[in-house]
Design a protein around this ligand. Sequence first.
Ligand code: UD1
Ligand code: CA
Length: 522
Amino acid sequence: MTGPDDAPPTRPTAVVVLAAGSGTRMRSKLMKVLHPVCGRTMVGHVLTAALHLEPQHLVAVVGHGRDQVGPHVLDQVPGALLAVQETQQGTGHAVRVAVDALREAAGTTEGVVVVMAADTPLLEGETLTRLVADHVAHPGSERPRALTVLTAEVGDPFGYGRVLREGDGSVSEIVEERDASPEQAAVREISSGIFVFDGAFLADALSRITNDNAKGEYYLTDVVAIARRDGRAVGAHRIDDVMQTEGANDRAQLARLGTELNRRILDRWMRAGVTVVDPGSTWVDADVVLEPDVTLLPGVQLLGATAVGADAVVGPDCTLKDVEVGVGARVVRTHAELAVVGAGASVGPFSYLRPGTEIGAGGKVGGFVETKNARIGEGAKVPHLSYVGDAEIGEGANVGAGTVVANYDGVQKHRTRIGRYARTAANNTFVAPVEVGDGAATGAGAVVRSDVPPGALAVSAGPQRDILGWTLRRRAGTSMARAAEAAGAAVPADVAEQEASGTPHTGPGGFAPDASPGSHSE
Ligand code: UD1
Ligand code: CA
């Protein structure tokens, strides 16, 4: 965002993100800052806001659960510096650990240093930009401002550090809840815990704070009083949007912040031309992308890196995770993950698109159809009650109702290919690997075990044959074999004999008894 009166933004020397606390009130084995909100972790949101400042260094202070938090931070910001705080002795101590790491890596702590906690998922990058701009636009009389704190006026300040001001409005001190007198506790202007510092001042002041307070901790907030004693200027930058500074300490707060963040995301998309019929039942993750004139009907969750093209209608009742929906497509009551729905294609109701599904332009996947690792060609249709896995359906082909692609022989997965403009009939089983040629057809109930030439009609029927002892011979040692054996199954004597003598056995009808059963799908 740039305006006519915006000075070129100041790039901070460093942004420090404090993430060493344990977050016990979450009562979770997952570290607090790793809990997800609208498709990103809490610390993920904070890091995104921090990167908005384009800092030269990003320092994350890790401690509790650092084997979880550290790799996640590096995953989000590959160049981040991890500073380990072995024991949590307070926010002042945590920042000292960060400043030591910064000095070691960068050789200096001079310049602008921003400090914030890792649990404020609603914090926006623009807020940080304005905070830094306020700090640098108000230098002290001789030396730069020592610091600027982001503050907010709240209804209930309980638990926060209170911002105390002098008669002339300048900030004199921040006093923590437990150390506040009744008059101080009545102050409703609170410290967000987000600061911009003159880095040289910060490094010096941190070496002078003590843990002589109610909690026996080193408070970062004590550097405010130190600045004043040194005769340095302290600024306060107040924002009206209090929720940006709110941290989630337990799961109830997390849900409240999540609901609010979702509301803000939907507002942004509605202003950009997306119709959201029922914002209360619609969830859109932070990284989702929507084009103008998309319509979201009630009960829709768009998760992860989902993208929806213009004029597409999604819903009601869909969960799409990492799905690409093409222009003008229609998706109804569908669960889909890592799938691509082509322009003008139609999916649902009650469809399940598993990873690797790609539906071409104008294609159709209908009711009670499950797909996985399947390419459905342009204009091709799988309209009813089918399973299509590890398959390619050619352009314009039509797959009959109740089709099952038996892609799994119990050991390996195999591919099935159905040619362009082929028409397969109802209740077919395709025993992979198998190929149906372009323009070919099949009869109802066919079990297609061998390739069908282009333009041919494949029919299959025959009396049922039972190849006795098959499981015991071909699936020995499996739970399937144990169950069969317990039920009295045995390898017929003649088969066992021939096998022992090495003669291939051929059952009635000419089928080898070790033919694939072709009855599995996965
Ligand atoms: C802190 C501030 C308070 C402010 C509030 C805003 C202090 C002393 N208090 O209080 O003025 O109003 O935030 O939410 O700074 N952390 C570490 N190492 C530690 C201690 C904390 O990394 O040794 C991290 C925590 O993981 C957390 C952040 O620092 O991300 C804040 O710590 P927390 O204990 O939540 O401080 P508050 O009591 O909320
Ligand atoms: Ca807190």
